[in-house]
Unconditional design. Structure first.
Length: 473
C-alpha cells in the first residue's frame, strides 16, 4: 500500500530535499542532518548502474520501507510485552493505516525514518528493565542518538529515556553509559560544518548551524486562537484525513460519497460498542516508570507541536506512543479494534492516499517547464512549491527571475513590474482551496486590476484551471 500509491502532490519541502540530493547542493540539513544523505546513498549507486530512478521517487520508496520497519520493530515490542498474537496484528494494522504515518510513508519527508530508531531505543529500554544488562543502556541511547541525527524533534524521546534510566538506577555508570553515544551528535555536526560546509570551527558557527531553522525564523509560533485551532485540527488529522479536498472530491465525483456513508455506519457501531461498556479493561503491569517515561515523551512532543503552530509533522510519532501505552495498560476488545482498522483504512485511503496518488491538484509542471525554457523572463508565482519544483527540475536554487507573490510587499511588486515588459504570473487566475497556508498567510493588498493582461497559456489540475498572464503597465 505504501509503495503502490505514492503521492502525486509532493510538498514544498519534498521537492527541496529531492533537489538537494539530485544536485548535492545542501546534503546535510541541520534540522534533520542525515535524512538527505540516506536518500543519496540509496539513489546514487542505482543511477551509477544505469537505472533511471528519480530522487523524488526513490525517497518515497525509502520512507515506505522504513514505515514497514517501524511496524516490524513495534511488533517485536508487543511480542516482548507478551501481547496475544491476534491483538498484536490488530495494533499493527491500526498503526499502518493511521493517516499521518500512511501519508508520510508515500512522500519525501523526514519524519518516518527517525521513528525506527526511537522505537528501537524504547525496545532496548524494555530489555534492560527485564534483564538488567548494561549493554542495553548503551544500545538504547545509541539508537536514540541516531534518531536525533535524522530529526532533531526526537531529542525529546532520547531525553525521556535518559530520565528513565537515571531514575531507575541512579548510578553514575548507568548515566555515563547512556551519555557516551550522545557524543556522536556534536561530532557529526562538527564534521559536517568543517568538511561539507567548509566553515571554521567556532562556537558561534556551530550553534548557528545546529539551530539554523530556529535562527532563520523557519519555526512558526502562535499561541493565539489559530494556534489552538490548528493543534486540535492536526491532532485529529494525525489519525484521520480532514481537509477541504474531501468536499471537492465529493463535488467532482459522486462515488466519493460512498466511503462517507460506509464510515458513518462503522462510527455508529463503534459508538454502540463503547456505550455497551466492557470493551476497554485496565490490566495489571509492572512497567509504571516505562509508562510515565513515554507519557513524558508524548506530552513534550505534543507541546512542541503546539509551540510550532500546531504542526502536524511533529505529531507523526504520537500514534506509536499512544498505542504502546494502550497496549501496556489496557485490554481492548478485538471487535472494537477491527472496526477502528476498517474505519481508518476506508476513510484515509478514500479521502487521502488514493486522491493524492490519482489527481494532480494544481498540475504546475507546465508552468515549471515554461519557466525553465524562458529563463530571461520574470515570473511572479502564486506558490512557493512551484519555485521548488523549478529547482528540482533545473538545479537553480535561487533564481533571480522568479518571485513568490505572498513574500513580496506592495512596493516590491511595483518595482519588479517596472523592471521590464516580460512579466508573467499565474496569480491572477489560479484555483484556491481553503487550507492552513491560506489561513496563516498575510496578504500584501496588491492586485493587477490596473495592469494590462494578456493570456499566454492555461493548464488544468484537479482544483481547476490555472492561467498564466503576461502583464504590462
Amino acid at each position: 500500500m505504501y509503495i503502490l500509491f505514492p503521492t502525486s502532490n509532493s510538498s514544498l519541502d519534498a521537492y527541496a530535499y529531492a533537489g538537494y540530493v539530485k544536485y548535492n547542493y545542501y546534503l546535510f540539513t541541520p534540522h534533520h542532518l542525515f535524512s538527505n544523505l540516506l536518500v543519496y546513498v540509496f539513489v546514487k549507486p542505482l543511477q551509477f548502474l544505469g537505472l533511471e530512478i528519480s530522487e523524488l521517487a526513490c525517497s518515497k520508496l525509502i520512507n515506505g520501507f522504513f514505515q514497514l520497519l517501524n511496524l516490524v520493530v513495534f511488533h517485536k515490542i508487543l511480542t516482548f510485552l507478551k501481547i496475544k498474537e491476534q491483538t498484536k496484528l490488530l495494533y499493527i494494522l491500526l498503526l499502518a493505516f493511521t493517516f499521518s504515518l500512511w501519508r508520510y510513508s508515500t512522500e519525501n519527508e523526514t519524519y518516518i525514518v527517525p521513528i525506527t530508531f526511537s522505537l528501537l531505543s524504547s525496545f532496548y529500554l524494555l530489555k534492560y528493565i527485564k534483564q538488567f544488562k548494561s549493554k542495553y543502556v548503551f544500545t538504547s541511547s545509541f539508537f536514540g542518538v541516531v534518531a536525533c541525527l535524522f530529526h532533531q524533534i526526537h531529542f525529546f524521546w532520547w531525553l525521556g529515556l535518559f530520565v528513565c534510566f537515571y531514575i531507575y538506577e541512579k548510578k553514575v555508570k548507568t548515566v555515563l553509559l547512556y551519555l557516551i553515544p550522545s557524543i556522536l551528535v556534536p561530532l557529526s555536526y562538527i564534521l559536517v560544518l568543517i568538511f561539507y560546509e567548509k566553515q571554521e570551527l567556532s562556537f558561534y558557527n556551530l550553534m548557528h548551524f545546529v539551530f539554523n531553522d530556529l535562527l532563520q525564523g523557519s519555526v512558526q509560533t502562535n499561541f493565539g486562537w489559530k494556534g489552538v485551532f490548528f493543534q486540535v485540527l492536526n491532532t485529529f488529522r494525525t489519525f484521520f484525513q480532514l481537509h477541504p479536498d474531501i468536499y471537492a472530491l465529493i463535488k467532482k465525483e459522486w462515488v466519493y460519497i460512498l466511503p462517507f456513508v460506509f464510515c458513518s455506519v462503522i462510527i455508529f457501531f463503534v459508538i454502540r460498542l463503547l456505550l455497551r461498556g466492557g470493551v476497554i479493561l485496565e490490566k495489571e503491569n509492572n512497567l509504571k516508570l516505562f509508562i510515565k517515561t513515554h507519557v513524558f515523551i508524548f506530552i513534550t512532543n505534543y507541546l512542541f507541536a503546539f509551540y510550532n503552530y500546531g504542526n502536524v509533522e511533529f505529531m507523526v510519532m504520537l500514534p506509536y506512543l499512544m498505542v504502546l501505552l494502550i497496549a501496556i495498560k489496557y485490554t481492548i476488545n478485538d471487535i472494537l479494534l477491527k472496526n477502528l482498522i476498517v474505519l481508518l483504512f476506508v476513510w484515509n485511503f478514500s479521502y487521502g492516499i488514493f486522491p493524492n496518488y490519482k489527481y494532480n491538484y494544481y498540475n504546475d509542471k507546465e508552468l515549471v517547464a515554461y519557466m525553465a525554457e524562458n529563463k530571461e523572463k520574470i515570473f511572479i508565482i502564486k506558490s512557493a512549491t512551484t519555485r521548488n519544483q523549478y529547482f528540482y527540475k533545473t538545479g537553480i536554487s535561487d533564481p533571480k527571475n522568479i518571485f513568490v507573490f505572498k513574500k513580496l510587499s506592495n512596493d516590491s511588486l511595483k518595482q519588479i513590474i517596472k523592471m521590464g515588459k516580460m512579466i508573467y504570473t499565474d496569480v491572477i487566475k489560479k484555483p484556491e482551496v481553503f487550507n492552513k497556508e491560506k489561513m496563516t498567510s498575510i496578504g500584501n493588498g496588491f492586485n493587477f486590476d490596473t495592469y494590462t493582461k494578456e493570456q499566454i497559456f492555461s493548464y488544468k489540475g484537479f482544483y481547476g484551471q490555472s492561467v498564466v498572464n503576461k502583464i504590462t503597465e
